[in-house]
Design a protein around this ligand. Structure first.
Ligand code: ATP
Ligand code: MG
Length: 267
């Protein structure tokens, strides 16, 4: 099952994607977590040790690799191979973390509004497409904030799109855009996840706001001081306190997704 996590900046995408990846791995699934955010902090949430973290080079910064795969020799500047060979890249560059999970750090590239056909992008986009369509593991992608990353190629093969919101108008507005675009691109299972909820009335208001969205409020996660504490200590939230309210809420989200995986893939 390929799970993508998206939403506005700071809403909790990395917390949700990293913790879900750990839960699938703990349960014995083969998991490949993908960091597609320029801040590249999924490794913290996953609980990857510092020494390993220090060695991470995102694919988007591997100049020699990009040159080798994307540049068309002798063609001059501005001519790129837009369908480079990528199938060997995940296994070559992934790193191993707790519970046997694996992480591939793609990084991300600042894109102008019009979309950029720079070589880094050609490689990352082809890689994402390849990961979604060809790999057999449970894949969890921590997307960059916003919706620029969502294109025809990247949306193909996403089985579940989790759109994370915090209780704010701005966040919900962006979720609506992400949901509409995901639908247009053919993603079928799109679910809204409310994070940083402090009281029941917020859930009610969100439910009212999404009344006509055709996408349910699938799950909600409370605001939890334990998450900030783990963050400040540089620890992964699940290792720091797996009984905390937010981690427990993500656990029940995990159980729903595990059931969904069964419904979608087990005959
Ligand atoms: N349920 C929660 N309770 C308390 N704090 C939270 C919760 N979820 C996330 N946070 C805090 O909010 C901040 C943003 O969370 P996170 O990094 O997961 O969001 P993000 O959407 O990945 O952000 P970015 O867009 O910057 O990548 C972090 O400091 C995190 O510790
Ligand atoms: Mg993040």
């Amino acid at each position: 099952m390929k799970i993508a996590v998206s939403g506005k900046g700071g809403v909790g995408k990395t917390l949700v994607s990293g913790t879900l990846a750990r839960m699938f791995a703990k349960d014995g699934f083969k998991v490949l977590a993908i960091d597609n955010d320029s801040a590249m902090n999924l490794s913290y949430t996953l609980g990857i040790d510092q020494e390993t973290k220090d060695k991470i080079v995102p694919i988007s910064e591997m100049k020699a690799l990009i040159e080798e795969r994307v540049t068309v020799k002798g063609a001059g500047a501005g001519v790129y191979n837009i369908n480079p060979k990528v199938s060997d890249i995940p296994d070559k560059y992934k790193i191993t973390g707790p519970d046997g999970l694996e992480l591939l750090v793609l990084g991300s590239i600042e894109e102008p509004e019009t979309g950029c056909l720079c070589p880094e992008n050609a490689l990352i986009r082809t890689l994402l497409h390849n990961l979604f369509v060809k790999r057999e593991e449970v894949i969890v992608v921590d997307f960059e904030a916003g919706l620029e990353h969502l294109g025809r190629g990247t949306a193909k093969g996403i089985d579940v799109m989790l759109v994370v919101t915090e209780p704010s108008q701005k966040s919900l507005d962006l979720c609506k855009k992400i949901i509409d675009l995901s639908k247009k691109l053919g993603v079928i299972n799109i679910y809204l996840i409310a994070n940083k909820i402090t009281d029941g009335s917020q859930k009610e208001i969100i439910n009212k706001r999404i009344n006509d969205w055709e996408v349910p409020l699938y799950h909600s996660i409370p605001f939890d001081l334990e998450i900030g504490k783990a963050d400040l200590n540089g620890e992964s939230p699940i290792d720091s306190n797996q009984d905390s309210q937010a981690i427990q809420a993500i656990k029940s989200l995990y159980l729903k997704l595990k059931q969904l995986k069964k419904d979608l893939f087990d005959l």
